[in-house]
Design a protein around this ligand. Structure first.
Ligand code: ZN
Length: 205
């Protein structure tokens, strides 16, 4: 089954937010590669595209299984897409390890971004939706995406990787943008930016 086929026939689901227990616990390995799994992947692609994300983990649609989907550019702006079950990420060490600091965000904590340093290359090994072994070599945003999504499947969100000050800043930004994201987003669309909502918080005390 090719990836294009999995990008059709999906249903958009509401995105699970940080704070829900499924987001903060390790997931179960995928052991059965059947039609039901393929349908979950389809729904995840539909949900990721509706929310304009570059990656989505199963926990973000409330499923505690080790699977993510991605549709993400690499360092050369080439888009890579696929499904990875049971991912394991290998990061470079020694002189091959370069940390790159870039703004990171999460569909499950929408509207807020903070800089986070991560290795600029990542190799992700796992299985496709039919159980065949796959390996994705990621650079640029794709390297970040592979690490972020694999973290989700261990119950780790990127806020867990920030220091206290950055985490407080992230929470503040998310609270300021919360009015834009209905509870069932992206089934209901994101609301437009409203300057009225920001007047109060931006005025001097
Ligand atoms: Zn995320």
């Amino acid at each position: 089954m090719n990836v294009e086929e999995l990008m059709t026939g999906g249903t958009v689901l509401p995105i699970t937010r940080w704070g829900e227990p499924v987001m903060h616990a390790p997931t179960k390995p995928v052991t059965v590669f059947d039609d039901e799994l393929a349908q979950i992947a389809r729904d995840m692609f539909a949900t990721m595209h509706a929310s304009q994300g570059v990656g989505l983990a199963a926990t973000q649609v409330g499923r505690d299984i080790s699977m993510f989907v991605f549709y993400c550019p690499d360092d050369d702006d080439e888009i890579h897409s696929g499904v990875v079950c049971n991912p394991v990420v290998t990061l470079p060490d020694g002189k091959d390890r370069n940390l790159e600091e870039a703004e990171e965000g999460c569909l499950s904590f929408p509207g807020a971004y903070e800089p986070l340093a991560r290795p600029d290359k990542a190799v992700c090994q796992g299985q496709d939706v039919e159980g065949n072994p796959i390996e994705i070599v990621g650079t640029g945003l794709l390297a970040r995406c592979l690490q972020h999504e694999t973290d989700h499947l261990s119950g780790v969100v990127f806020g867990d990787r920030l220091n206290g000050k950055a985490r407080r800043s992230l929470r503040k930004k998310a609270a300021e943008m919360a009015y834009r994201y209905p509870d069932d987003w992206p089934i209901s669309e994101k609301l437009p930016f409203d300057p009225e909502q920001h007047r109060e918080s931006s005025s001097p005390a």
